[in-house]
Design a protein around this ligand. Structure first.
Ligand SMILES: *Cc1c(COP(=O)(O)O)cnc(C)c1O
Length: 392
């Protein structure tokens, strides 16, 4: 089918929740994508950090293919080995507690909200509150949305869930002041992704940890975008001075299949009990087989070092370009701040026309989330396309 025919169907039958770029992709391999006309693209977005181990990574494809022909689903009413092994690997690689699986990032956040509220009630808090930073993104269900201050304020979608508040981004003093006896959790992104790649400061994270400890609240770090090697360590919090009580994961976890996880440390591991939470699809065999393969790829000793080195090279290449004011972020999660007068959306569209897929989270920023397995030559090619596009 031609792009025009697909577009006509899409525009007639899909709800109009997304503005799509004018391209329909039909195939992917590593850092490359091809559209319906056979045109090749370099993908520096990876479906918003989902295809982090590369499109159709052979290890993920093999694991999924084997599993999909053997058993796809039995529900959470029975034991399945893949789910148990994946929980072990996620726990042992991070906080050491228990894991709840979900089908998306938003649902992993919902689980964290339930844990925080129930943990607070056990401390005798009547009306628990969750504190986040302005600019944080945690998802679009009513719970996660309430913790997403930038989106939560549309009256047309109201009423919103009560029990959430926000303070200015990276304002450690305001955060300390907002945390009190009713606080159930402080929930933050280690690096704000959707807002345009803004790292949360060490001072803010330390203030959050200290304030939570003082009142008995939980520190929840949303690692849905930052996790699984994206920033050069398996989890972004490893490069910060704090250790959270709960982390959420999703996006890259399934290598392209939908799966999320809420992972706890000892303090929060036993909060949820039978009846408190559940999901029909979550942790099913195909998704967990994919995630186990993803963890194998990310566990390769050279991979994380490669992410740091390639991130440094990409950053240096971009910072040297006219039109680039600076680059924010860590590892291969980068926000390219454009100089005044450079039109981000126009630049993003021009780059797509030249065969480079990027994202424009705000008019003055290009967000780059290339696959962790991107080759140095592909980084050079991307920087070259940026250079051409900026002088056009
Ligand atoms: C993408 C994202 C979510 C939401 O995940 P979905 O899978 O879209 O539900 C939540 N938090 C962060 C930090 C994200 O980047």
């Amino acid at each position: 089918m031609s792009l025009e025919a697909t577009r006509a169907l899409d525009e007639r039958y899909l709800m109009r929740t997304y503005k799509r770029a004018p391209v329909d992709f039909v195939r992917g391999e590593g850092a490359l994508l091809w559209d319906a006309d056979g045109r090749e693209y370099l993908d520096f977005l990876t479906g918003i950090s989902v295809s982090s181990v590369g499109h159709c990574n052979p290890r993920v494809v093999a694991a999924v293919s084997e599993q999909v022909g053997r058993l796809m689903h039995v529900s959470n009413l029975f034991y399945t080995e893949g789910m148990a092994r994946l929980a072990q690997r996620l726990s042992e690689s991070s906080l050491g507690g228990r894991v709840f699986f979900s089908n998306s990032g938003t649902e992993a956040v919902e689980c964290a909200i339930k844990i925080a509220r129930k943990h607070a009630h056990a401390r005798g808090v009547a009306e628990p509150e969750i504190v986040s930073f302005e600019g944080d993104f945690h998802g679009r269900s009513y719970g996660a949305l309430a913790a997403t201050p930038g989106l939560a304020r549309s009256p047309a979608l109201g009423p919103m869930l009560p029990g959430f508040r926000s303070v200015p981004f990276n304002d450690a003093e305001a955060l300390r002041a907002a945390v009190g006896p009713s606080t159930a959790a402080v929930m933050l992104e280690p690096i704000q992704g959707e807002a345009g790649v803004y790292p949360t400061s060490e001072a803010a994270l330390l203030a959050a940890r200290k304030a939570c400890d003082e009142v008995g609240a939980l520190l929840v770090l949303d690692e849905i975008q930052t996790g699984l090697g994206r920033t050069g360590s398996l989890w972004a919090y490893e490069q910060t001075p704090v250790r959270p009580d709960v982390i959420t994961s999703a996006k890259a976890l399934g290598g392209g299949l939908p799966i999320g996880a809420c992972i706890t440390g000892p303090l929060a591991a036993d909060v949820l009990e039978p009846g408190d939470h559940g999901s029909t699809f979550a942790g099913a065999p195909v998704a967990t087989a994919a995630a186990l393969a993803v963890l194998d790829v990310v566990a390769e000793p050279a991979l994380l070092r490669g992410v740091r080195e390639k991130g440094t090279a990409l950053r240096a290449g971009l910072e040297a370009l006219d039109g680039v004011r600076g680059v924010r972020g860590r590892g291969l999660m980068l926000g390219v701040a454009l100089e005044e007068g450079v039109d981000g959306p126009a630049l993003g569209a021009d780059l797509l026309g030249r065969g480079l897929v990027v994202n424009v989270p705000r008019p003055d920023t290009i967000r780059l989330l290339p696959p962790l397995v991107v080759e140095p030559a592909q980084i050079e090619r991307a920087v070259g396309l940026f250079a051409e596009s900026l002088v056009r």
